[in-house]
Design a protein. Structure first.
Length: 139
């Protein structure tokens, strides 16, 4: 898309749009990146906004954006490191504690079980040591 110098000078900046709508500049940047603002133009890595088209944008209400990973039931996920006493206390209070290492171990076990149920040729190849790429190193 070709633009004249006059058209480029008429574009609004992120700061100007933020002031116009009374929202923080980060909200404008995030909405522009998501393609939610009409008239958004990126020129040489900078955001510009068509003054006529941007006026039809309605900024999001405060508190309506989802921040972070939420579960299906709406609860927020947190990461923490606890000793055994703290874990027992948290479990007694009704918190759900998931160790990612246990979940990874279960996924690996499931993959191994699925692989073991494969064709007999696959099982034979594992027995010969093909799973170790360095088995014949130095031979």
């Amino acid at each position: 898309m070709e633009m004249s110098v006059e058209q480029l000078q008429a574009l609004l900046t992120v700061k100007q749009v933020a002031e116009q709508f009374g929202v923080p500049a980060r909200v404008v940047r995030k909405a522009a990146k998501a393609g939610e603002i009409p008239g958004h133009i990126e020129v040489l890595g900078k955001d510009g906004f068509d003054p006529d088209k941007v006026m039809s944008w309605t900024p999001p209400e405060p508190g309506t954006r989802v921040v972070g990973a939420k579960r299906d039931d709406g609860r927020q996920c947190y990461h923490g490191y606890f000793n055994e006493e703290e874990v027992a206390t948290l479990l007694a209070q009704g918190y759900e504690i998931i160790d990612p290492r246990v979940a990874a171990k279960e996924r690996r076990a499931a993959r191994k079980a699925a692989k073991a149920e494969g064709t007999p040729e696959d099982v034979g190849a594992e027995a010969e040591g093909d799973d170790n790429p360095f088995a014949d190193f130095g031979a």
